[in-house]
Ligand binder design. Structure first.
Ligand code: UDX
Length: 450
């Protein structure tokens, strides 16, 4: 089989590469010439574990190609996946100009029956617009070619995208014809060896499924963050509460970890977009509005704890940050809580020394030049003479550090842990002041070790 994947961002690149991995002939297309030239040489625009090796292997085998020329790549394809960006417009709704632009180009150049698949997360009703755009272009050409649209949302997690694609929990496909269903079933057959289902449905339901899934997950997180904040006030420990409720199989133990708010490219954008879609259609998503506002507040809880520990005076103080990306195993800084924390610390006159295993370059790009923000070469260097450590992202290498060394490097033995990766009691015994999320803080008097 042969496919084209348009858009070599996160979703497109993973999708194209994984399809090539199972033997399908794939061309990934992008308008960005530099990106395509880089990809041809195995230089990837994003960091995703395992992806680089997989790209190189499939390019080498001749199953994966990169091109800026959609017109040629589309010839003879069974399906074209549209995986270009849908940046949020000023009002929060997804901007479809790239998606529809690609649809038009496909209509101008396709040469046989084709399934045009929307893979980017797009509002309910987009496949219909794609269909219209392709049809209009065919008509302009006087072409009688037939085609179908399909909606095939992705559920990839950054940092685990390849595994998620190769061994999906489920594949959701919205189709309008048996012929399209047949093509999609054939394409995905190699990924269903683990017995997990491919669920066919109508197109609007498939489009809605993506938003409902992400919104439900965001809701779980905001709910737990709300509970965590109340636990702190009431003398409870959210780690215990989480285990207590997670063992109920109706609730489940995943996605109920409190923290400093969800970030990334999906949850914030998708929650906003669904609220907006509802509004445009005369309905108000009450729960999601609260999910969003709880999340905004949660990005500030770490900063509020810093203010509490230092009694509102941060001028001239230095804070070590461990982790910058919105979650571990990615360099993605989009909507990262670290950005809010850094901004608030700087506004109070503090200095920041940050370390992240892979996201420093991205962070520098987003934060820009600032005399009061420095980047350390490893996690321990970041601690030298810092007034406190703030754990922002739960990278595995931060989980079991040498607390003795940390105590010596830090000016004050204070740890403010936004991801609950340490045990309050253990740290108290080692003489640290410790703040977690939804747990009771332990507050030895600030002790100067040097
Ligand atoms: C998410 C969805 O999981 C995926 O299905 C969809 O396709 C895209 O959006 P991703 O953005 O890669 O994937 O991140 P994910 O691992 O789901 O985490 C999202 C955010 O939630 C992170 O900021 C994370 O720190 C936070 N989170 C997650 C919590 O705060 N608590 C949890 O228990 C789980």
């Amino acid at each position: 089989m042969k496919i084209a994947v348009v858009g070599t961002g996160y979703v497109g690149l993973v999708t194209g590469t994984c399809f090539a991995e199972v033997g399908i002939d794939v061309t990934c297309i992008d308008v960005n010439v530099k990106k395509i030239e880089d990809l041809k040489q195995g230089i990837l625009p994003i960091y995703e574990p395992g992806l680089e090796e997989m790209v190189l292997r499939n390019v080498d085998k001749g199953r994966l190609g990169f091109s800026t020329d959609l017109a040629s790549a589309i010839k003879g394809c069974d399906a074209a996946f549209i995986a270009v960006g849908t940046p949020p417009g000023e009002d929060g709704s997804a901007d479809l100009k790239y998606v529809l632009g690609v649809a038009r180009e496909i209509g101008q150049h396709m040469d046989d029956y084709l399934v045009v698949v929307t893979k980017s997360t797009v509002p309910v009703g987009t496949a219909k617009k794609v269909k219209q755009a392709v049809a209009e272009e065919l008509e302009k050409r006087g072409s009688e070619l037939s085609f179908d649209v399909a909606s095939n949302p992705e559920f990839l997690k950054e940092g685990a995208a390849i595994d998620d694609f190769l061994k999906p929990d489920r594949i959701v496909v919205g189709v309008e014809s048996e012929q399209a269903e047949e093509v999609m079933r054939k394409l995905y057959k190699p990924f269903l060896m683990n017995g997990h289902p491919i669920i066919f449905m109508d197109v609007p339901s498939a489009e809605m499924t993506k938003y409902a899934a992400n919104s439900m997950l965001a809701t779980k997180i905001s709910f737990m963050n709300d509970i965590a904040n109340l636990c702190e006030i009431m003398g409870a420990d959210v780690n215990m509460v989480r285990r207590g409720i997670g063992s109920d199989s109706r609730i489940g133990n995943k996605f109920i970890y409190p923290g400093i708010g969800y970030g990334g490219s999906c949850f914030p954008k998708d929650v906003k977009a669904l609220i907006k879609t509802a509004e445009e259609n005369g309905y108000s998503m009450q729960i999601l509005k609260s999910v969003e506002s709880v999340n905004e507040n949660q990005k500030e809880v770490l900063f509020n704890k810093v203010m509490k520990q230092f009694e509102g005076n941060l001028t001239g103080k230095t804070f070590a940050l461990w982790g910058l990306s919105f979650k571990p195993k990615t360099d993605d800084m989009r909507e990262a809580p670290s950005l809010v924390i850094i901004e608030k610390l700087l506004a109070e006159g503090a200095n920041v020394v940050a370390y992240d295993p892979v996201a420093i370059k991205e962070a520098q790009h987003m934060i820009g030049e600032n005399d009061r923000v420095a980047y350390a070469k490893d996690e321990y260097e970041a601690l030298i003479d810092a007034d406190a450590l703030l754990v922002v992202t739960e990278w595995p290498e931060f989980r079991s550090p040498n607390f003795q060394v940390m105590g010596k490097l830090l000016k004050n033995k204070v740890i403010i842990d936004g991801r609950n990766i340490y045990e309050a009691k253990e740290l108290q015994e080692m003489g640290f002041a410790y703040y977690g999320i939804g747990v009771q803080e332990v507050l030895p008097v600030i002790e100067t070790t040097n």
